[in-house]
Design a protein around this ligand. Structure first.
Ligand SMILES: *[C@@H]1O[C@H](CO)[C@@H](O)[C@H](O)[C@H]1NC(C)=O
Ligand SMILES: *[C@@H]1O[C@H](CO)[C@@H](O)[C@H](O)[C@H]1NC(C)=O
Length: 193
């Protein structure tokens, strides 16, 4: 009954099982190790076109965002330059705004973005989701910083893709919504590799 042919068959089966496990392992590693692991976003910041050519605020640069495919916090990398180094105030309010429509420069981007805008139930907290507080320029007029945000997401129906990021002329101050001054730079959040 357990002839040579049968033993050979069992030996072959063993190799097939090992091969199957290896292929499985490699493909799982490939899925985890590459682009599927994170969702990436890019925002190419540029000077508000409505500013005067002689305005000393020439803010431009990049913002990169990254979120695990499983969700969770969003890492935000900010690399901007062109801030006015002659200004006493180093802080600028830095917000996600509701719209990403640049047809009127940086002007018509709606209010500061909040998830609650969509169902209008949480009036008290309007604008808190996309409120990044201030960014602070250094002596060279640059802002190179990174932070993690737990309120925004790049996934699902509350995703911030297609919305904008705004640098305001003035700092963010609590309890005085809408007083952070004009928009001196803006960009639209797009999906990236
Ligand atoms: C910031 O941007 C500048 C100009 O594109 C680049 O040279 C520099 O490496 C960037 N810095 C970081 C930390 O990404
Ligand atoms: C933003 O900057 C202003 C002025 O420097 C400061 O008064 C305010 O507390 C800051 N707001 C936050 C949220 O850091």
């Amino acid at each position: 009954m357990f002839g040579v042919g049968c033993l050979k068959f069992l030996a072959m089966l063993k190799y097939l099982v090992i091969l199957f496990l290896l292929v499985n392992l490699v493909s799982t590693a490939a899925v985890d190790g590459f682009s599927q692991e994170y969702t990436h976003a890019h925002c190419e910041m540029h000077i508000a076109p409505e500013l005067d050519e002689l305005d000393p605020r020439r803010i431009h640069g990049q913002i990169h965002m990254k979120q695990s495919a499983r969700g969770g916090p969003v890492d935000v990398l900010v690399n901007l330059t062109g801030f006015d180094v002659t200004s006493q105030e180093r802080n600028h309010a830095f917000h996600i705004h509701v719209y990403g429509d640049l047809s009127d420069g940086c002007k018509n981007l709606g209010r500061s973005y909040d998830n609650a805008d969509e169902d209008k139930t949480d009036i008290e907290h309007l604008g808190t989701t996309g409120n990044f507080g201030n960014i602070t320029r250094d002596d060279t007029g640059s802002v190179v910083t990174s932070f993690t945000n737990n309120r925004i997401t790049l996934k699902g129906r509350h995703s911030v893709f297609g919305r904008s990021i705004v640098v305001h002329a003035l700092p963010y101050t609590d309890g005085s919504k809408g007083s952070a001054g004009i928009h001196i730079a803006c960009c639209v959040i797009g999906r990236s590799e």
